[in-house]
Structures are given as structure tokens and as C-alpha cells.
Design a binder for this molecule. Sequence first.
Ligand code: HXC
Length: 520
Amino acid sequence: MSIQQEKIKELVERRATARMGGGQKRIDAQHQKGKLTARERLSILLDEGSFEEFDMFVRHRCTNFGMEKTRFDGDGVVTGMGTIDGRLVYVSAQDFTVSGGSMSETMAQKICKVMDMAVRNGAPFIGLNDSGGARIQEGICSLAGYGEIFERNILASGVIPQISGIFGPCAGGAVYSPALTDFTIMIKDTSYMFLTGPGVVKTVTGEEVTQEELGGASIHATKSGVAHFAADSEEEGLQTIKDIFSFLPSNNKEEAPFAETSDPAGRADDSLNDIIPDNPNKAYDMYKVIGSIIDDGKFLEVHSSWAKNIIIGFARMNGRSVGIVANQPNFLAGVLDINASRKAARFVRFCDAFNIPLVTLVDVPGFLCGTQQEYGGIITNGAKLLYAYGEATVPKVTVTLRKSYGGAHITMSCKQLRGDINYAWPSANIAVMGAEGAVEILYSKEIKAIENPVAQAQAAEDRKKEYNDLFCNPYNAASYGYIDDVIEPRNTRFRVIRALEQLAGKKQENPWKKHDNLPL
Ligand code: HXC
């Protein structure tokens, strides 16, 4: 064997060793827990043969607590670049088989290197997390490493899409990087996110709680809203990441990719003409409206199990990506509460940052009132959504289906928040409030003064009719030009697509500022 051949053989062997991470025993343990290894995950995520790994031979430099005896090539993270559907992405996948994926100084350096490349080259960064948090033996060097990653997450925010997969127990610092990114996907039963695990919680607060109860995928997807998606398996979670990316541009200077569709832009749907119940207090399912107007009924819902009174997600209309925001009358009557406002606000801001037009479907009875909401700060939280719509400069097309009352009317992308095209169905009611409440405030004394109960009821009905005739229709708002047109429900898809096409060249800029002061 020539010297050159020997060197090549050594390279092949070194690579093979590095690919074994923390060794076969730990790989087996990972599989026994129902988890894939870092490299297995990347091979599912990326196009076949597209992965190029960087820093495979990096080793940690720590000598505390005998750490010099446990050095593995690549340390606890696999990093590099690859493609998804032919589009460049930068990736990191923490390797739990090496010190539980805990963050060392050198791991942080590897991750920062690919993050810097992603920003420089205008491609998304996808982080697959499976980590026990800061590597305890490295002390401040590990914390500093996290700090470097967080700073990059912050600076990359709004510049390139950042997506986090949670594929194992993520504790401490391991949860804050995902929280700074745009979307977090968790896996049911095998992934957890918490500041500290159940053991520490018991010591500090005395509370006894399981990993699942403290920070499982279901908890974060339904109660806290920390996770945007909860997948049934790692394969499904990785597919979700690819699905999200398919709707996004690679960076904030580009448009999302166009996807051919055979769904005709002019397709009308007669069923929409009958979807609004005669009784204004009766619900209907907003998913049916969304499914009817988007291409091929394909909707990627974000936060499907949290704050279900508002629906958000990605779809395409005549091949172009759009962000859909829609009140859901089927859940809490579609009211805007703290969580619904936070959920939609973040989504609106994401779409605005990445040039994705917003299509807003309105049927909202108002903001939720009461002590629980006031104490939780519905004023500040509701203002987030108001702010998000008001500052957004992407094309904004709004369709009011039924109720649109008070502050919630203004918030849901009204004309004065620079809504570009505002349509209403003939069933729309655009007013300060519904007839019931308005008559109570304006005429309760007058009505109570009527002694005859039949005449009293009739007077209340007459006042309601008077109010409804004046305000509870789309024509009053349309007479001021605040609604651009009243449209037949069956034509909604066609009208929204035509509006979006008209707005494709929209250019709007906000006044220069260092940054805004969103009501956090
Ligand atoms: C060093 C760690 C580690 C850590 C795990 N390991 N966490 N090594 N630093 N933080 C090592 C273990 O020693 C073990 O090594 C291997 O990883 C696998 O861990 P196990 O405990 O055997 O696995 P498992 O039973 O699956 O439990 C996983 C776990 C648990 C739930 C993550 O290890 C755990 O609770 N770790 C600590 C979590 C934590 O409190 N982190 C917070 C750090 S503070 P061997 O050699 O046996 O394979 C922090 C602050 C940053 O992150 C704040 C920034 C804002």
C-alpha cells in the first residue's frame, strides 16, 4: 500500500470512528428508548447524499473531572449542510450518545460555525436538539457557548428561517435556543423541554411531577404554547420540518418557492353560500372555509392544539405561499383572548418578516373580558396582535364572514391597520358590539320603564332591529370605503387570489427606527 493509500485508509477509518459517536452501546441505548441517532435523523431530514459534515474531528478540550478520558471525535453534535427538496439548509443535530448531548465549548463553536454560514449564505438553520443542557464539567465555558448560540439566534431572527426539532430530553440551556427560533417541533413520549428536570423541581419546590407532566410534547403543544407542533414519531417530526420549509423562502430577501397547482384559481364553492347559520349565536367550522379557498385543501396548521379559538397556518393560493389567520367560531365563539392574541401575533410577524402575504378570515365577537383575562394582561397581549398587523407591510387581504366587533374588528387586519383589500360577505356584522349588548347599554332604562311585559319585549326587539338595520351588515362599513367590496361567499377563493396577484408588487416601508417597542 502506498503512503497516499495508507493516509486515505486512515481517513476512512477515522470517519467511521467519528460516525459511531459515543459508541455502539450508547447507540443501542438510544434505539432502546425509541429514539434515532443524530446521523439517522439527518439522513431522514436531508435529500439523499446531500449531507456534507463539518468539524467531524473536533474534540472537546476539557480536562476537569477526568474528562480528558472521554473524548469523542465530533463531540456531542453533528453539523453541516445539505439540501431539502434541492434547497440549501444548514443543520446541527445533537448527539445524545456523547455525554448526553450536553453542550461543551467546542460543540457551541461547531454550531456557531454553521449558523454563521447560514446567515452569510442566506439559507435556513435547522437545529435538532437532544441534550442534557450545559455540560456540567465545563462550567462557565459551556454557559459562554450557549450565550454565543443565543446571540446568533437573535441576530438571525427575521433574516433566515430557524427551525428547532426537540428529539429528546432538553433541559436548561437546551430549551432557550429553540425558544428563540421560529418554530419548535416536539415528539410525543420521547421529547421533553424544561428548565430543570423533575428531580430538581422536587428539591426546589417540593412538587412531584413526571417528565411528561412537566414538559412533554402534549403539555407544550396544548398548555404552554412553547411547541408549535407535536409529532407522533421522529419520522413525522422530521417530515413536519420539511413541510414547514416548503412554504418558506430561504431568507428575508427572497420569496417563498412557487408550487404548481391544478386547482383552478376561479374555482367557486357553492357550499360557502350556506355555511353561515341563521342564528348568529350558532357556530360553524372555520376549517371548512379555509379548506375550500386554498389550493387543493392543503393546510399546514401551526399550533393546532393551543388557543384553538384562532387558527393559523400556511397554505398556497394559486401556487403562492400565504399565511392564514382565522377566528374559529367553533371554539369559544372565536373570541380573542390572551393566548389567541399571542399565537396569532407571532405568526403575523413571522409572515411579515419573510414576505409571506396574510389572508385573514374574520368572525370575532370581541376580546374576552373578565378578571382572569385582565389579571393576565389581555390589554398588553391583545395589543401584540394589533401591533403585529399594524406594522406588517406584506400584502394583507381580509375577509369578514360574520361578526367583527369593537377592538377585535380593528385588530383583525382592518382597513386602518393598512389592510390592502378588505372584503366582507353579505352576512358580515361590523359594529362596536352586537345588538344585544348595544340595546342593553343604550335603552335598558327606557325599556324597563315600560310596565306591560309584552310591550317591553316588543320595545327591546324594535330597538335591536333598528340597531341591526343600521350597523349589523357590511354595507354601513362599505359606505365609508372601509370594506372594499361585499362579495358572494362562493367566490371567495377567486377574489382573494385576484387580490393577492394585484398586490404581488406591493412595496411599503415603515419609518426608520432602531427597532420597535412591541408590547411584550
Ligand atoms: C454533562 C451530562 C449532562 C450534563 C447528561 N449527561 N446531562 N453530562 N453535563 N448536563 C451525561 C450523563 O452523565 C450520561 O453520561 C449521559 O449524559 C446520559 O445521561 P443519563 O442521565 O444516563 O440519561 P437519561 O437517564 O436519559 O437522562 C437524561 C437527562 C439527565 C434527563 C437529560 O441526564 C439529566 O437530568 N441531566 C441534567 C439536566 C439538567 O439539569 N441540565 C441543566 C444544566 S444547567 P454517560 O457517560 O453515562 O453516557 C444549564 C444552564 C444553562 O443548562 C442556562 C442557559 C440559559
